[in-house]
Design a protein around this ligand. Structure first.
Ligand SMILES: C[S@@+](CC[C@H](N)C(=O)[O-])C[C@H]1O[C@@H](n2cnc3c(N)ncnc32)[C@H](O)[C@@H]1O
Length: 599
């Protein structure tokens, strides 16, 4: 699948990875662990479908409650379970939660919401820095540890790192489970389980309620909801979709974690003396499931979308995914904020994106099915392909002479179970209706066929050529990579649709090559092409788009500063640069609440 190309180059300083901004999937599969749903809460059930006002208005509330034994739409399709802090959240934020078939709980605008308005501001119930970034953030407050922030590493586990402000208090509580923490890497190795996942499970397990009668309602503090572990435990998981291999590794990891937990008396004494019980194996497995379905990437939103930690934010997790989202999220320290990226009418569903949106529909659906275990039913995926922007992302231009139509791949029409095209799909022109099929290579008798008649071959050739160019780019051979990428674009533009993902994928590395080679003029031209394509495929006011506008602004200023540029032209470049920066400020004001330029 095309994603192999995406990851191709490490030099993509300006490459924007929307996946990093999505709900993080630590492992591809979920595990087992049934949780008993509290039946006593009020049910709100609505008609099927995303967000539309009509769908919400035509909803019928079902009073009947069913007994269920696990979370989420998988098994509790008809039962609405409110998170313990839901009412508190609704007292501050402009949405309410309802249940919709196939989508589970949905956040619905309780009134008209303005672009830029915060719809959730939530402190992480727990978070863990990703192991490869463990020295980048404070393990207590998740603040960035820049060069000018003094930090201290735990001398025993040599893992935990704290900023100077947190050091004293954080070290005191860390010392209680430092020994367990020391074993996690080894446990992960032996059990073949992700060590970040095990750390996260441990962090959540330590938050379990001290008393069973603790209702688990959070608190509001300075406009931030501090939700609880009970809120997290009421989130959904996808029980039953795990492979047995994943289940086995999680079970081994959690078992070893428990042995270490009981072995190290400092933890034992601390936990039991406060009245809490050790977690059971089943509880740890449930926590692993919760992490997999609900953990969010955290990190600063600069020009690099640094996804340095994983956090549990139960109310951020109430927002479903859409491939045409109306909200976005960003974190600062331990706090995640979700903002409306456009004006949202009352009764519309609030959605964020969990994935990169410049992907064909079939690929997006496959990624969500593989990593999040659901079949996306968002507006973009539900629109007939024939009228959707999606049809262009893997389309070829029609090869019938005189026809300016687009050949659309039938496999995308199916939308599900996308597999690398192995000859099963046919391609149909949206203008002359000619069908090309790899099995029975058909053409319309009497029609004059010219150029590339086999779009499936064209696609494979394009994929291979792009992969070769990306490999060279990955080796930072910018001069050679530029030549290959430019040739690729010359050879395939006009054959593939201008919005085809392969053409789009070549643009960012080409821009980077041009910049690395000091050709700001060509880099700016390529950047404008990126923006033109991106604006058609992702909704406006996205940070991704803003980052490209920022690159464009920088390149205009670079050109203005070049000694060979005349004062009159330099003035024009500066103006264009400022205009680009203005777009960045506007988008960042809406998405992040700050009209600054990224650092
Ligand atoms: C982080 S949770 C979102 C809240 C969830 N609906 C709930 O009831 O807790 C993610 C899960 O919601 C469902 N979901 C989210 N977006 C969806 C979409 N676009 N189409 C279908 N199901 C979706 C899937 O079951 C997914 O695993």
């Amino acid at each position: 699948m095309r994603r192999s190309i995406r990851g191709g180059g490490e030099v993509s300083e300006m490459e924007v990875d929307a996946v990093a901004n999505g709900v993080a999937a630590l492992e591809v599969e979920d595990s087992c662990g049934a949780v008993v749903v509290d039946e006593g809460r009020e049910g709100k059930v609505e008609a099927e479908g995303e967000g539309g006002v009509a769908a919400a208005k035509s909803s019928k509330k079902k009073k009947k409650k069913k007994k269920v034994n696990s979370h989420g739409p998988d098994s509790s399709a008809e039962v609405f379970q409110a998170l313990p802090s839901q009412k508190l959240v609704e007292s501050l934020f402009p949405w309410t939660a309802v249940m919709r078939p196939r989508r589970g709980r949905c956040a619905i605008a309780a009134r008209d919401i303005k672009a830029g308005e915060a719809v959730v501001v939530e402190q992480a119930v727990a978070f863990v820095p990703r192991s490869q970034d463990r020295t980048s953030v404070c393990h207590e407050c998740c603040r960035d540890l820049h060069r000018d922030v003094r930090s201290v590493e735990c001398s025993r586990c040599k893992y935990a790192v704290y900023c100077q402000d947190c050091e004293e208090s954080a070290m005191a509580s860390h010392s209680k489970w430092c020994k367990v923490s020391q074993q996690i890497k080894e446990v992960a190795k032996i059990s073949d389980c992700d060590d970040d996942l095990l750390r996260f499970v441990m962090a959540l397990a330590l938050k379990r309620p001290l008393h069973n009668n603790d209702g688990g309602v959070g608190i509001l503090k300075d406009g931030v909801i501090h939700s609880t572990i009970q809120d997290a435990l009421a989130l959904q998981t996808h029980e039953g979709k795990a492979t047995s291999a994943w289940k086995a590794s999680v079970r081994r990891g959690c078992n070893l974690l428990l042995s270490n937990w009981s072995l190290y008396s400092e933890v034992t004494e601390n936990v039991t003396s406060t009245g809490s019980q050790f977690a059971t194996l089943e509880e740890l497995e449930t926590l692993a499931l919760l992490v997999n379905t609900n953990a969010h990437g955290m990190g600063s939103q600069g020009i690099h979308n640094a996804d340095v930690a994983l956090g549990m934010f139960p109310f951020v997790s109430m927002l479903n995914h859409s491939c045409w989202p109306n909200c976005c999220f960003a974190s600062e320290g331990r706090v995640m904020t979700v903002r409306a990226t456009q004006d949202i009418p009352k009764d519309t569903e609030l959605c964020v994106s969990y994935i990169n949106l410049y992907e064909p529909r079939g690929v997006r659906k496959q990624i969500l099915a593989d990593t999040k275990h659901f079949d996306c039913s968002c507006v973009r995926c539900s629109e007939p392909l024939k009228s959707s922007i999606d049809r262009f992302l893997e389309a070829a231009m029609c090869s019938v002479k005189g026809c300016d139509g687009v050949q659309v791949k039938s496999i995308s029409l199916a939308g599900r179970n996308y597999k690398r095209d192995q000859g099963g799909s046919s391609w149909e022109c949206d203008v002359c209706s000619r069908v090309a099929n790899p099995v029975s290579s058909t053409s319309f008798p009497g029609k004059n066929i010219s150029g590339v008649d086999k779009p499936w071959e064209l696609e494979i050739e394009a994929e291979n050529r792009l992969a070769t160019a990306m490999a060279v780019y990955g080796e930072r051979k910018f001069k050679d990579a530029r030549v290959l990428l430019e040739r690729f674009l010359t050879d395939f533009s006009g054959k593939l649709h201008p919005l085809h993902v392969f053409l789009f994928d070549a643009l960012t590395p080409l821009m980077n090559c041009c910049r690395a080679l000091g050709d700001a003029g060509e880099a700016a031209r390529v950047c404008r092409n990126i923006i033109t394509s991106l604006e058609k495929v992702v909704p406006g006011n996205s940070l991704e788009l803003a980052n490209f506008y920022f690159c464009l602004g920088e390149m205009y200023i670079e050109r203005a500063d070049e000694s060979s540029t005349s004062p009159a032209i330099a003035k024009r470049y500066r103006k264009q640069g400022q205009e680009a920066f203005q777009k960045v400020r506007l988008a960042r004001k809406i998405c992040l609440g700050k009209a600054n330029l990224p650092s």
